[in-house]
Ligand binder design. Sequence first.
Ligand SMILES: Cc1ncc(COP(=O)(O)O)c(C=O)c1O
Length: 385
Amino acid sequence: MKKRYYFDHNATTPVRPEVLDAMLPYLTEKYGNASSVHSFGRDARHAMEKSREIVATLINADPEEIYFTGCGTESDNIALTGTMTSARDGKNRLITSKVEHSAIMNTAAKLKHDGFQITYIGVDEYCRTDINQLKNVIDNNTALVSIMHGNNETGVLQNIEEAAKIAHSAGAVFHTDAVQSAGKIPIDVKKMGIDMLSMSGHKLNAPKGIGVLYIKKGLKITPLTYGGSHERGIRPGTENVAGIVALAKAVDLAMQDMENEAVTISALRDRLESEIEHVVSNVLFNGRGVPRLPGTSNISFPGVDGEALLFSMDIEGVAASTGSACTTGEVEPSHVLVAMGREPKTAQSSLRFSMGWGTTDAGVDHILNRLPVVLNRLRSISGGI
Ligand SMILES: Cc1ncc(COP(=O)(O)O)c(C=O)c1O
């Protein structure tokens, strides 16, 4: 079979063998319900609470501040809706950014529909949130500020420490969507002033179906669903013990490898970008030159259609991504690139290559070898440059 190279780690990641080994017993012989009082249940609960401690260590939280959920999207929904619907003193405003993931964007849209006031902060041409705008628009009516940590499309890191300070100065709660950054770069919720943080297992080499919401001690939020007392009522439903154990193992490995991986993966990304500049004409790098996640590269190739480029590279054995969304049958340009000031047509000519555990120089070489050929062909068909 033809060799395939995976450059879509921001979409999802492979489960590491150590993670699979750690979780398997919780699907086979240790299948107890963590709420049961017998020994099967106690084994499951013990594993779950041990895992909570490990996850807490990653972000310098206390274990009782960690709530397991089903995914990053669910964590974002609980954080936003749970805070807004329990906001005190009649506060009804949520401030977020224009470059958030749809898990935030569409939750904010629903809250708007329900009568809350939503304000979107813009970004500069490097995808950095406009902190001055945040300072200017925040007021005493603001219940919550939610600004993502690492952008999923460009990898650009937001100044969340500053955003948290501004939120607190107006008495608002600060949430960050750290689904792309957790496990890749250091996070300290105490030092950074984060009140709530979302994470997702499948972005850091654990399986799909496990997420985390960190909620600072003392913060009161309304749950979205009702049932038993699991996760202290914030996320009722029998816990996914195998997923939780897997996540803790992945977090453990991430903590051991973070520094080295960041160096290795950034070097691969930098080589990809600097060599693309040599082998391809007319390229624009999105978010290059400012602090970014180690493995995300977002590049516009004016004159080609991003979707056509994506499919052509897939045929060549390279799995990448476009930030475009398909709505009502039309391919919409990425809202992130448009917010950065890219023309819609340029935004639609972009590809994201995202790297992580398992990415090698061989993959980068393969892209550098095939991309110029594919681009030349597509540009000649479209009459582009
Ligand atoms: C920044 C960001 N937030 C939230 C999510 C949603 O996470 P999940 O797939 O676990 O629901 C993603 C997934 O791509 C993401 O990149």
